[in-house]
Design a protein around this ligand. Structure first.
Ligand code: ATP
Ligand code: MG
Length: 417
């Protein structure tokens, strides 16, 4: 046993992963843990999930495990399921010779299913820190690319020629940022510099893959870090062009930062989070600008609100898909922003009972935090939620944050009761 992987991390290997490894071995196949789990264990962290690499072909793996299924188009891999845990088993794949490659005009790999040896499999992986193979049985870590040293030096180094590797799969640029944010590593200069020029390649990826990558960047507890990195590597604008543009004339950047920070904090506190809130924040100012434009053209307030939200979301979906279950929540959060400004009669109580009240209220606070002037509505709602029935009655009559902030024109507000 070597000591690259500390014992306490080794003890965290899922029993199901061990079962899959040993069954493959018993049938005469090579099988290793690979990728994130090995990297995380070397860092002494608990792995998130377990990927296995083997010389068994997908059909062979499938026939060994009745609880398994073949998935994937670009890569055919096998998912072996144990209750809620899925162990991903991938067959070693070969590096490419030029004439075998099936590539798009920009050099993107369209198919990648030529099987190979472990030695070949190493070089189709993205970063050295992800190209380590570990056999819990023997305790050996196979490191053909200096990945262990890079982990120790906290360095994200792309295997092969960076520009080619980004052209083959532009998502690797986002993956570099994901690992930097998650591990607090540095992206090495050779891997980092080309990103400034190659962001446009992200347009070649499917909108659904980009949605998935954004999920991994923004919904795993390091969103603020990842967002700032995406800006500094000039990638954000290729995924969210309208939002990037809005940053030049609105507090969009700050609003996104505050929203992502609160998402990170909620994840740290194990509170529920939804991408709808994050997307609502990212697209808020594009939506507001669109709405203003429509109103200036004479479109009524209500129609402008609906049309602007539909347009903003549809434009974003040309870049990242957003599933309908999230777009409907985004719209609710946006619409409630206007309704939260009306604080009279029975309206506040209806809003308080609204399914999205909490998200909309949090959103309102964030808008105020970045300097939007909303007549202290956030404070009013904070107090309203804490108030008893009698106090609420008074607050509804004034429609103002409360005694401390009563204004001269109170009369005009109460007169509409
Ligand atoms: P995480 O802990 O976030 O799951 P991971 O390193 O396990 O990180 P996965 O996306 O689960 O990342 O991928 C598993 C492994 O497959 C990676 O470690 C890497 O070796 C390889 N891999 C995944 N995506 C790519 C890619 N786009 N290009 C090359 N290799 C990849
Ligand atoms: Mg993984």
């Amino acid at each position: 046993m070597n000591d690259i992987i500390p014992i306490q991390a080794r003890n965290q290997i899922s029993i199901n992963a061990l079962k899959v490894l040993s069954r493959l071995n018993r049938h005469g196949y090579q099988a290793y843990l690979v990728g994130g789990s090995v990297r995380d264990m070397i860092l002494g962290r608990a792995p998130k999930d377990f990927d296995i690499a083997t010389d068994a072909h997908p059909e062979d793996v499938k026939s060994l495990f009745k609880n398994s299924r073949l998935i994937g188009r670009r890569f055919r891999i096998v998912h072996v399921r144990f209750g809620r845990e899925i162990i991903e088993v991938a067959t070693f794949r070969a590096a490419w010779s030029e004439n075998q490659r099936e590539q798009s005009e920009n050099g993107m790999l369209l198919a990648d299913n030529i099987y190979g040896t472990l030695e070949e499999d190493v070089f189709r992986r993205d970063f050295s820190i992800n190209a380590l193979y570990y056999s819990p049985d023997t305790g050996d870590v196979i490191d053909l690319v200096g990945g262990v040293d890079d982990i120790k030096a906290k360095k994200i180094r792309l295997l092969g020629d960076p520009e080619n590797r980004y052209r083959e799969d532009p998502a690797r640029m986002l993956r570099a940022i994901r690992f930097k944010s998650k591990l607090d590593f540095d992206i090495d200069r050779q891997a980092g510099e080309p990103m400034h020029q190659l962001g446009y390649l992200l347009q070649d990826l499917s909108t659904s893959r980009l949605f998935e990558e954004v999920q991994k960047l923004f919904m795993t507890g390091h969103a603020l870090y990842a967002f700032n990195e995406m800006l500094s590597y000039d990638l954000f604008g290729w995924l969210f062009p309208d939002s990037r543009r809005a940053m030049d004339s609105t507090p969009a950047e700050k609003l996104i930062q505050v929203a992502l920070k609160s998402t990170d904090q909620r994840i740290a506190n194990e509170l529920p989070v939804t991408p709808a809130f994050v997307y609502a924040a990212i697209l808020w100012y594009p939506f507001v600008e669109e709405k203003k434009k429509l109103e200036a053209e004479g479109v009524s307030y209500a129609e402008a609100t609906m049309e602007a939200s539909a347009k903003t979301i549809a434009r974003q979906q040309l870049f990242t898909s957003i599933p309908r279950r999230f777009t409907s929540v985004m719209r609710e959060i946006w619409y409630l922003q206007f309704r939260l400004l009306v604080r009279r009669r029975r309206k506040p109580d209806a809003l308080l009972a609204h399914k999205r009240f909490r998200a909309a209220y949090d959103f309102l606070l964030i808008r105020e935090e970045v300097g939007e002037k909303l007549d202290n509505s956030g404070e009013w709602w904070t107090r309203y939620q804490e108030a008893d029935a009698a106090q609420r009655q008074i607050m509804k009559q004034s429609g103002k944050p409360g005694r401390r902030r009563r204004r001269k024109h109170q009369g005009t507000v109460t007169s509409s009761l």
